[in-house]
Design a protein around this ligand. Structure first.
Ligand code: AMP
Ligand code: MG
Length: 356
């Protein structure tokens, strides 16, 4: 059996500034930041580090910039220790290994689980942090990728149901029954970006750009006062920039099947699972980008809308006032009204076109 394992996250930021992040879990060595020569980066402080299984880069401008990026990266590392499902000491591991016991959790974990439960309800179960038993079966946390057999999937699907999570916000505790396990992989990086941005803002920084391996968090505008340009990859060739969105003080988060996947017997299987089937979501969507002030919400919703598929995703956006860019396998790009002015296709040769 020929098995090829590929994982790729490519996000490119450009305009005067370009940062390419090519992450392949811990095995990737590609990380590159380049600034064009006309860019005044004299007061820029840039820090690259590895956290949450991806390469990250934080840039901040102005006084305190160096301390700000250092403290923000320390904050991300601290969050990783609390949230990582593969770290036996994390709060999440404690919850997962303490069936029927109320586990005291930090404000961070509480905020994350609370948002995850809310999105779970609003999406009719498309976003479900109790997906972990299924994610494990496919090998996405261990790297031992394999297509599980149907019986195993069906058996483990019984454990996928967020209504099994008891969150006591007053006491700050969470309880899960036997076999129910939580994975915050679909939301944690967005939260880390949000908290890092809060930290950086609190230090008086008005311009910063945080790249958390594909989750982009901007703070203010570029130092010259213009908007940040964030490019979104071609989902069929993630080495290419396909389109661009200009943002100020917002997060831009993309979920796509091309970001992490493996191939078995000529078929590829990605890491975003439809909780209804236990299989990678396949509905014609290739990528979903969410743009919002709240990076945590962006992260949860990019995963959610990817599972929902184009029609339900657009309904969700309409109902809850969410701004999104959806790319489908018939090369259409759907852009919600609030983003139309700041959106542009940059690769005219890609064959992708704006859907009506
Ligand atoms: P993202 O890259 O943000 O779309 O998140 C994908 C990650 O979220 C996966 O690697 C899993 O850890 C987790 N995940 C996969 N499917 C789901 C789902 N339906 N709901 C919540 N989390 C999921
Ligand atoms: Mg996500």
């Amino acid at each position: 059996m020929k098995k090829r394992i590929l994982a790729l996250i490519m996000v490119t930021l450009f305009f005067n500034l370009t940062a390419c992040n090519n992450s392949n879990g811990k095995t990737s060595s590609v990380y590159e930041i380049s600034l064009s020569s006309d860019y005044d980066n004299s007061n820029e402080k840039s820090l690259s580090f590895f956290a949450m299984d991806t390469y990250m880069n934080f840039k901040a401008y102005g006084e305190n910039a160096k301390t700000a990026v250092n403290e923000a990266s320390a904050l991300v590392e601290d969050l990783e220790n609390k949230l990582s499902v593969t770290n036996p000491e994390s709060e999440i591991s404690k919850i997962n290994s303490s069936a029927n016991n109320a586990i005291k959790i930090s404000e961070d974990t509480l905020a994350l689980i609370s948002t995850a439960l809310d999105v779970n309800k609003k999406s009719g179960g498309a976003f479900d942090i109790t997906i972990y038993p299924i994610v494990k079966l496919w090998g996405f946390t261990t790297g031992k990728y394999e297509v599980p057999n149907k019986e195993e999937i069906l058996k483990n699907l019984e454990y996928v149901d967020s209504s099994n999570i008891t969150l006591n916000e007053k006491e700050g505790t969470v309880t899960v029954p036997q076999n129910i396990e939580i994975d915050l992989g679909g939301i944690a990086k967005g939260y880390a970006g949000k908290k890092a941005a809060e930290k950086i803002r609190s230090m008086g920084i008005e311009s910063a750009l945080l790249n958390l391996g594909g989750n982009i968090q901007t703070i203010g505008s570029k130092p010259d006062g213009s908007a940040w340009g964030v490019s979104i990859c071609n989902p069929e060739d993630s080495s290419k920039q396909l389109c661009r969105i200009e943002v100020v003080d917002k997060a831009v988060v993309t979920s796509g099947g091309y970001q992490r996947y493996f191939e078995e017997n000529g078929k590829s299987y990605h890491h975003i699972i439809d909780p209804k089937s236990g299989y990678p979501a396949e509905n014609g969507l290739l990528s979903v980008t969410i743009v919002d002030e709240d990076g945590m919400l962006c992260d949860a919703l990019s995963t959610t809308l990817f599972v929902l598929g184009k029609d339900k995703a657009l309904e969700y956006c309409e109902k809850y006032g969410i701004e999104a860019i959806l790319m489908t396998d018939d090369k259409k790009i759907y852009v919600t009204d609030g983003l139309k002015e700041s959106f542009s296709i940059i690769d005219q040769t890609s064959g992708y076109f704006l859907a009506e």
